[in-house]
Every structure is written in structure tokens, then in C-alpha cells.
Design a protein around this ligand. Structure first.
Ligand code: 6GU
Length: 238
């Protein structure tokens, strides 16, 4: 899977070289390219923003640097059609379902906006380009960030751990919160490891019992209880 990220703060994406995503890059499962949008400006001040038409607060990212950057990056592989991902609090919500559906895409290009966002003609243009495979405007939740970079860190990590060969234990992704399949729309219950007693707190006895059926049932109950307490919005709480 090839991932390109365009940002005016390319250093913000450096953490992707660490940990699980970093391992995926080293293993050749993920190809990550980070670009500085200002490399596609042509004025002395490397300007990427301007005042909004119609007035109002803040600044809007100019379309020309984005068009130049995206065309250039796209031309590096004429054989594949990339999708353009635009992180924005106005987008549809990125969920585990979204991560699953994108995980088999071969090429995603993330356009990180700052300020009040990117001139809307950029999304409109790439949405109509036959050599691109669409534009996806996505939010990572109901709060406002200063730019798309932190959202890209989140989305790339969620995608990376779904790539075959990255997690190591292929099963551990299956029983995660929200992973569907075994748990349904439930968050995960509590987990325990050694020692069996810590500061007078014992590990629940059922987990030491060796009864796989009883353990599975107990975990299901714990997941339901936690979902009801912490995520009443998830429903399926019976
Ligand atoms: Cl994707 N971008 C920004 N700037 N703010 C957000 C977001 C994205 N998702 C939630 N808040």
C-alpha cells in the first residue's frame, strides 16, 4: 500500500516511522512518502494561504499549490489511480469500517489542510478526474483540530495494523473493540497478566480456570457491561 502525505509541517508525520507503522515501512508492506506543500509554491514567501472570499475569520489554503503538488505526486505512478483523502472536521466520520474498506486500496494521497481548510475547488476538481479514484473527506471525531496532520497519524495507524503481515498475530485484530466478527458493536473488556495478585487485587478466577467456554462467556459479559457504561450510543447492549 502506497501512502503519500502532503503537509506544510512534514516533520509532524515523522512518528509514522516508529513502532508498528515504521515496521510496516521497513518490511516493504507500506510505502510512505511525505511532502512539503511549500515545495510547490512559486512566490518568494512560499505562500499557501489567502483571505476567504465572502469575508470571515482566518485564512483558506490556495488551490494552486495543491493542484501542482497533487498532479506531480500522481504522475510518479501512471499505472495506478490514487484516492485523495482530505481530513476535515466537516467530513464523514472515519471508523473501523472505513479503515477496513480502505485497507485494500493500493494508493492513498492525504492532503493536510491548516487554517480554515482548503479551497473547495480542489476537492471538486479531483473528484471529477478520471485518473484519480475519488475524493474522501473524513473527520476523526466531533472535535476540531488545528490541521489534518494528527488525523492522518490516526488514520494511517488504523490502516497499517490491518495490512496482512503487520500485526504479527493475525487474530489479535479480530477481537478488538469495534472489529465486528466476534464481538459485534462492543468495546473490549478488561485484560490481565501476571502476577495473579497485585496490591491485594486478584485476577478474576475464571481467567485462571482453563475453561475456554466460560472464559469466552465472561469476556462477552464484561464487554457488554463496559459498552453499556462507557458507550451507551453503541446500542446492542442487552
Ligand atoms: Cl480530520 N481535521 C481537523 N482539522 N479537525 C478534525 C478532524 C480532522 N477530525 C476531527 N477534527
Amino acid at each position: 500500500m502506497r501512502l503519500d502525505v502532503v503537509s506544510i509541517f512534514p516533520a509532524y508525520l515523522e512518528p509514522l516511522r516508529l513502532s508498528l507503522v515504521g515496521k510496516g515501512i521497513e518490511a516493504g508492506i507500506i510505502e510512505l512518502r511525505v511532502h512539503d506543500l511549500r515545495d510547490w509554491t512559486s512566490d518568494r514567501h512560499r505562500t499557501v494561504d489567502d483571505t476567504p472570499y465572502g469575508g470571515g475569520p482566518g485564512m483558506v489554503m490556495k488551490p494552486e499549490p495543491w493542484g501542482a503538488a497533487l498532479d506531480d505526486i500522481r504522475s510518479s505512478d501512471p499505472g495506478k489511480r490514487p484516492a485523495l483523502v482530505i481530513p476535515t472536521p466537516s467530513g464523514s466520520v472515519f471508523t473501523q469500517r472505513t479503515a477496513e474498506s480502505w485497507s485494500s486500496d493500493t494508493w492513498l494521497i492525504f492532503a493536510c489542510g491548516r487554517y480554515e481548510g482548503i479551497d473547495a475547488r480542489v476537492a471538486a476538481h479531483y473528484g471529477e478526474r478520471p485518473d484519480w479514484s475519488g475524493v474522501r473527506e473524513v473527520s476523526i471525531g466531533d472535535f476540531v483540530l488545528a490541521g489534518g496532520e494528527a488525523a492522518v497519524l490516526v488514520m494511517v495507524e488504523a490502516l497499517a495494523r490491518l495490512q496482512p503481515g503487520i500485526l504479527g498475530n493475525e487474530e489479535s485484530a479480530l477481537d478488538d473493540s469495534f472489529s465486528g466478527e466476534q464481538m459485534g458493536d462492543l468495546v473490549e473488556g478488561p485484560v490481565f497478566t501476571k502476577p495473579p495478585v497485585w496490591r491485594d487485587r486478584a485476577v478474576p478466577e475464571v481467567l485462571l480456570s482453563g475453561h475456554h467456554g466460560r472464559i469466552a462467556q465472561w469476556r462477552q459479559e464484561q464487554a457488554r457491561a463496559r459498552t453499556a457504561a462507557n458507550r451507551p450510543d453503541l446500542g446492542e447492549v442487552t
